[in-house]
Design a protein around this ligand. Sequence first.
Ligand SMILES: Cc1ncc(COP(=O)(O)O)c(C=O)c1O
Length: 413
Amino acid sequence: MPKLAINGGNPVTRESFPVWPVYGQPERENLLRAFDSGKWGSLHGTFVREFEEKFSRFSRVRHAVAVTNGSVALAIALKSSGIGPGDEVIIPGYTFIASAMSVLDALAKPVFADIDLETLNIDINSVEALINEHTKAIMPVHFAGRPADLIKIQSLAQKHGLAVVEDACQAWGSVFKGIPVGSKSEAACFSFQSSKNISSGEGGMIITDSGEVFEIAKSLGNCGRSEKGLWYAHYRYGGNYRMTEFQAAILIAQLERYPSLQSLREKNALELDRAISDMNGYRTLASLDKDSVSSWHIYPFMIDISQWEGITKVDIVDAVRAEGVPLSAGYSLPVYKQPVFTENNFGPGGGPQRCFNTDFPDFNKFSLPNTEKACSSEAVWITQNMLLSEKSGIENIIAALVKVFNNRDELRK
Ligand SMILES: Cc1ncc(COP(=O)(O)O)c(C=O)c1O
């Protein structure tokens, strides 16, 4: 009789995990207030301005600019920090495609650094080795909400005169050793897309302590206008990337909900950490540093593939999922192995590549060892909604992981 559910055995659980988004009366009331105001755009309404103020206070920085989504926020933040044609921006190979696309949107060249397998964040040694005369910025990604090492990144950036634009799209309120994300860099950007811990379906934010970056970002997101200029006067090459009042109305309520949901996610993430560090077949990432905070957008952990003797990550993930626990395989390809890069598919005439000083490498041959390992065989994710579970949900996750490892012989083909 097979034990594993994937082979016909009984699953660990048939209970469903919490669904996301969590929302209710406050979101509904705000949304109706925005609707009934008849002022649906931020040029006339008050919700976007209120959300910008609340989010900048929450992030402990001076300025915030609300935009349509996180991808646009990143491109605007790069451009506002002086990044443009001919520049190189160093980003990790393990991230969502938007980190790289935003660099291309700024007509700059993304250069891929490897990650540290203890944190899944950018590896500072790999970054340093890539710096040359064209390098203008580093874009650390606070993957899963875990803050990248902002002290080392800032010190390297200062040494070489580089800007730092943080992809904090998963890292609302994250802090590295007492440094809130975005507080020491040119800018940091956030996403409020459907899966995110603060969500309005779509939405983005740029935060900065720099008055200059703020002014440019505000202008680029508002058709190149200036606060002081005439309505039909356009001073910069920008676009309309303004957030709507409806998005901001929901986000104000979501931001209020955030602290209590974040502490539940944190409690459950630490519980998983304790359990997984005692298991065979898996390993946890390094513990967070003291005075650091993760948003826990994802609880990532690693498959200790050497203990599985030939069984693949995909087989393990499928087996855990069959037990009723929707474990995610995460990014299955490094960004530089996405077809857009391997097939050089950047649009007419090479698109932004026309602006590069040096060509891309042949991405079919390019490889970053830790990024490849994370994608193909080691990193797996528990998504944030699952971290909102009651005790029994977390126990089910633990039981499914243990069961699949103990019965791994059944996965051998
Ligand atoms: C790391 C990272 N960067 C950028 C983005 C882009 O954000 P958006 O989907 O709001 O454009 C996301 C979210 O999807 C993300 O996870």
